[in-house]
Design a protein around this ligand. Structure first.
Ligand code: V0D
Length: 253
């Protein structure tokens, strides 16, 4: 509840500007780590951290839109996450519907297109339905591509690609000689997307954790101790500006 104060001018909504609005990474991938740790610090259950993490997703999407990022890939659920307690998995699988119920109108306004990478069919039916609805609803938007990695594992993706290639060879749709890196890439979930320019991982861990192994061969990595629920526009700005510094130092000539 906000109280209206007459004669006091409402503070102008501030938007953070990048120092260099050109040379923004086109594709940013984020490992949203530290929700559990955020909750533990406050003696709250892990799911409270996930809930708070959703608000950080909203902040990240708004900032990506404002900074004119083309693709934002968020690691929301990994193939390894099935090992977590059943109750936590059930909670996580309800988040897409909850998120979309509140935020889909804003995503439409911002011309955001939603897509996923990962083994979509193995998700619970209610999760699939909510996400599929959003994918269909936003399919003609041509602004930011918001790409959720759901039930995603990079080694699994590569093995699936390999099986699919063998099957296409057996069916004479493909020849051994025709396989190269470009052809191989078409068998990955990321078919059609260009590789991430920048990877952000929160919460201090400096690992890839089975995320986009093939696709990140040339990606710049940026790590921060900030826990995912504390991620905001200012942290995002810092990541992009440090990326731009690296480009200036090592790029070109
Ligand atoms: C929990 C922190 C948004 C990381 C962010 C099913 C873990 C919050 C979505 C979402 C999760 C996914 C698809 C979609 C719309 C929203 C989400 C999961 C976890 C795993 F179309 N946040 N979020 N999905 N967390």
């Amino acid at each position: 509840m906000s109280i209206r104060l007459p004669f006091i001018k409402k503070k102008q909504k501030e938007t953070i500007q990048l120092m260099d609005s050109k040379n923004v990474p086109n594709h940013i991938a984020i490992i949203m780590d530290g929700n559990g740790r955020w909750a533990k610090k406050r003696s709250l259950p892990r799911i409270a951290g996930h809930k708070e993490g959703v608000d950080a997703v909203v902040k990240a999407v708004r900032a990506a839109h404002q900074f004119n990022v083309k693709i934002l890939t968020l690691y929301a659920f990994s193939t390894e996450n099935w090992k977590r307690p059943q109750k936590e998995i059930e909670f996580l699988m309800k988040l897409p519907k909850e998120f979309l119920h509140i935020h889909l109108p804003e995503l439409m306004e911002r011309n955001v297109r939603i897509q996923t990478i990962g083994e979509f069919n193995a998700l619970p039916a209610h999760t699939k339905e909510a996400v599929q609805y959003a994918i269909d609803k936003t399919k003609n938007n041509d602004g930011l591509l918001l790409n959720f990695a759901l039930n995603y594992g990079s080694r699994y993706e590569i093995v699936q690609a390999m099986k699919h290639i063998v099957s296409d060879i057996n069916e004479a749709k493909l020849t051994l000689d025709a396989i190269d890196e470009t052809v191989f890439s078409k068998y990955l979930y990321t078919n059609g997307l260009h590789d991430p320019d920048l990877l952000i991982r929160t919460s201090g861990e400096q690992r890839l954790s089975n995320f986009l192994l093939w696709q990140m061969a040339y990606t710049e990595f940026w790590f921060t101790d900030v826990l995912w629920p504390d991620f905001d526009e200012a942290v995002f700005k810092q990541a992009i500006e440090e990326y731009q510094q690296r480009q200036r130092r090592y790029g070109g000539i």
